[in-house]
Design a protein around this ligand. Structure first.
Ligand code: ATP
Ligand code: MG
Length: 568
């Protein structure tokens, strides 16, 4: 492609609302264009090329793993969403609208219902299973805060795949295959990433994994082990049991006046004990379907912090919200002095696993300014893991030290089970002729988000540094001064010769000054460049590697074979 013919509206100015490098450079480099600043983007020729290259890496690896590409309607009938129960539940991210006949529709934010509908119409027998169908298509989510450019758009390109199986074991086999396939995709794209265990709600276990591209700007906090490959989303992270070296309080059963002890630290120093021996009781309001809600008490050791998503899953709620002191008082609870042991009747109590049957514990007395000592924590509670893993905790696999890092969620694989096949009646006849719901897995990749993720990981202060398989072109050739006949002639010759070798070349034949062209090159970030300049008089040209802006002088005669060797 000749630069003089290409639409690349590069700019020097940093766009107003852009803070992330990827957002700034994709806009400034003329890859994308904002449409009204509301999470909607046009892809310009360079951006479309990158998107297509990333898309084809995804497609090649999925096809090699036996998946089949389909393309489903972006507009989806609301009736399907009603069948699955998600029409109400999905909330405001779901864009609902009516056609001229008053039929209700939804712009697909994800396509479980649509894919199940496709399969239930065409698959009837176990002989047709397993099946893994995917598409790489637009999605629309009316995100509350679209931001960071392609990172969190409202309209975005997603690869969404769904697999259908006769039994759970086969679904798990496919889940593992998808994990391996995703690793190949992210590796080919040149990304440093971690596969982490994710919150899988009611399913639990390792039924859900996220692929996190490591970047300081990532929105997700992940917990990783430096000694092994354990990684988990903060919401799903677990640790090895954490014993306490400090002596037990050895206090008898007593009610003690404890003024000015509203924090765990104050309470620990009041009794001169380690916070490990204190019970921290947190009250939250749990929200359920159809407007139902209740106050729930979550109890854990004073040395631990509550992980709200774990807490929410423990009571199967949609959401947890704070409760005011007045609400607590109305429910018969003394804020700051609550305990799992004396909760008023009807108040549900969830106790962290590490507190089960713990002795010698100090709890609130459920009375202002009083605590009780010498308690054993047992009773008719829900027991669950409620703890937020901290940095320095021990890895559950190898005992190594855990630390926090930041990631961008680029992919997500999930064991779905029969969550959709059952309500939508997606069944097959097994070997005995009995109808069974299909067991499903679902697998997503944020294809347009990947463009942002690649740049977050690969850029410098001057611009983008595309990786080999994501770059819009393999090579950039610059003729510094197109009025110089020898320079232009070599440029043209090289451009033709390398194209014939299958190298995708951007040939800068523009009249602009050298400095301006160089700035564009650095901003656009093609991995390699050949700069034909003044030194051609001495028979030399420059070969540039964008990562680090490493420059090598090469003889003009040998440059074609030099490039071929480096790139092919
Ligand atoms: P997030 O937690 O970032 O909102 P999600 O959990 O809602 O993502 P999924 O429903 O798992 O996302 O969608 C699959 C993939 O689609 C995600 O892993 C992510 O890469 C991508 N994705 C999700 N929302 C957006 C968005 N608003 N813009 C761009 N990509 C997105
Ligand atoms: Mg997700």
């Amino acid at each position: 492609m000749r630069f003089s013919r290409l639409l690349v509206p590069t700019t020097k100015e940093t766009p107003n609302d852009a803070t992330l490098a990827s957002h700034i450079f994709l806009l400034r480099g003329g890859f994308i264009q904002s449409v009204g600043g509301s999470g909607l983007y046009n892809f310009l020729p360079l951006g479309k090329k990158v998107l297509d290259r990333v898309r084809s890496v995804v497609k090649e690896e999925l096809d090699a793993a036996g998946c089949q590409e389909v393309s489903l309607s972006f507009v989806t009938p609301a009736s399907l969403w009603e069948e699955s129960g998600r029409y109400e539940k999905y909330g405001k991210e779901l864009l609902r609208f009516k056609d001229r006949k008053e039929n209700e529709f939804v712009l697909g934010p994800t396509h479980e219902e649509m894919m199940v509908n496709l399969v239930r119409q065409s698959v009837k027998s176990y002989k047709q299973l397993p099946l893994n169908l995917y598409q790489i298509n637009l999605k629309f989510r009316d995100e509350i805060r679209p931001r960071f450019g392609l990172m969190r758009g409202r309209e975005f390109l997603m690869k969404d795949g769904y697999s259908f199986h006769a039994d759970e074991a086969d679904m798990k086999r496919e889940f593992d295959l998808m994990e391996e396939t995703y690793k190949k995709i992210f590796t080919r794209l040149g990304l440093a990433f971690r596969v982490v265990e994710a919150d899988s709600g009611a399913i639990g276990g390792s039924g859900s994994k996220e692929f996190m591209v490591l970047a300081d700007s990532g929105e997700d906090t992940i917990v990783v082990c430096d000694a092994c490959d354990y990684g988990a989303n903060i919401e799903a992270a677990v640790r090895q049991e954490k014993p306490c070296d400090a002596p037990e309080p050895r206090l008898g059963k007593e009610k003690v006046h404890t003024p000015n002890t509203s924090t765990m630290e104050e309470l620990a120093s009041f009794f001169d004990v380690d916070p490990y021996y204190l019970v921290k009781t947190v009250a939250m309001r749990a929200l359920y379907d159809e407007g139902r809600s209740e106050i729930v008490l979550f109890a854990l050791r004073g040395s631990d912090e509550l992980q709200e998503v774990k807490a929410c899953n423990a009571v199967d709620a949609n959401e947890l919200v704070d409760v005011s002191e007045e609400e607590l008082a109305q429910a018969g609870l003394a804020a700051g002095f609550m305990s799992p042991l004396n909760a008023p009747k009807g108040v549900r109590v969830v106790v962290d696993n590490t507190l089960k049957d713990a002795t010698d514990m100090i709890c609130g007395a459920n009375e202002k300014e009083y605590h009780t000592t010498g308690n054993t924590i047992s009773g008719d509670f829900i027991y669950a893991d409620l703890v937020a893993v901290q940095e320095g905790d021990s890895c559950p696999h190898c005992g190594g030290s855990l630390r926090y890092t930041k990631g961008i969620e680029a992919g997500h694989i999930f064991q779905l089970g029969t969550r959709y096949s059952e309500p939508l009646g997606c069944t097959f006849l097994d070997e005995n002729g009995k109808a069974q719901p299909m067991v499903m897995g679902t697998y997503g990749i944020g294809v347009s988000r990947l463009l942002a993720a690649i740049i977050e990981q690969h850029h410098d202060e001057k611009g983008c540094i595309w990786t080999k398989e994501s770059a819009p072109f393999d090579l950039y050739i610059m003729v510094s001064n197109i009025k110089d006949e020898a320079q232009l002639a070599l440029g043209e010759k090289l451009y033709e010769a390398l194209r014939l070798k299958g190298i995708d070349v951007l040939f800068d034949d523009r009249k602009d000054r050298f400095g301006a062209k160089m700035k564009d090159y650095e901003l656009i970030g093609i991995p390699h460049a050949v700069i034909i300049g003044k030194k051609l008089a001495e028979g030399l040209v420059e070969f540039v590697t964008r990562d680090g802006m490493i420059k090598e002088e090469v003889s003009a005669e040998e440059i074609a074979s030099f490039v071929e060797e480096k790139l092919c």
